[in-house]
Design a protein around this ligand. Structure first.
Ligand SMILES: [Zn+2]
Length: 221
């Protein structure tokens, strides 16, 4: 059962198209797993449509409707083509991933070991503000305690992890902000795969942080 969702502000920004692209990916991926947020999004879209109905009309070029339909058709064709081929990775059950995440998979996903319990693979999303990446904690593994220097969104895709705030399972959408220190630990039964969207590098706490924090960075792409 999913217990953690994007807040109302984030859903409104997503529905209105004003949410940064990297965060929209995480909200969209969550909604593919969460019927509750899908229903809320549908309500917000209907509300947005009703507002447009009441807005004063604008003069548009005669062929604009035909051009719009042409763009929709061509994007459908592109979507159908990209749905055919999902790159495989031995570290991922790709078919279990939300479709929006499947579309981000490169042909050759590069995993990098961060610590004995944690590895990561960056994704390219065509924006310059947030680093979007998979993080995988091995079963029973503990990530070093850290704070955040910017917004961090984590969407659990496989397995589960816990921290002081509770236990998070597939579909849970967790937002951490500066000042929120935690130490994620994967449950013992299976590895935990998350999609992470980070605005800034984490800040490791304690003496270790003094040593390694100057070397931590993010790489938006
Ligand atoms: Zn939800």
């Amino acid at each position: 059962m999913i217990n953690h969702h994007p807040d109302a502000n984030m859903l409104v920004e997503y529905a209105s198209g004003s949410l940064p692209w990297a965060l929209s990916i995480s909200v969209s991926a969550h909604m593919q797993l969460c019927s509750q947020c899908r229903a809320k999004h549908q309500q917000l879209s209907m509300l947005g449509g009703a507002c447009l109905d009441d807005a004063p009309s604008e003069n548009v070029e005669e062929d604009s409707f035909a051009r719009l339909m042409g763009r929709i058709e061509s994007s459908k064709n592109t979507a159908q083509k990209s749905a055919v081929k999902v790159p495989q990775s031995k570290d991922l059950q790709t078919k279990q991933l939300p479709k929006v995440v499947q579309k981000l998979l490169p042909d050759n996903l590069q995993w990098r070991r961060v610590s004995s319990a944690l590895k990561m693979a960056r994704l390219t999303t065509g924006q310059e503000q947030y680093e979007v990446a998979f993080h995988k904690i091995s079963k029973g593994g503990k990530v070093v305690e850290h704070d955040h220097k910017g917004l961090e969104v984590t969407l659990v895709l496989e397995g589960s992890f816990s921290d002081d705030g509770g236990v998070y399972q597939r579909g849970d959408f967790i937002v951490r902000e500066p000042g929120q220190t935690h130490r994620p630990t994967a449950t013992l039964d299976q590895d935990c795969l998350c999609l992470s969207v980070c605005e800034a590098p984490v800040a490791v706490t304690g003496w270790l942080g003094k040593v390694i924090n100057p070397f931590l960075s993010i790489r938006p792409a």
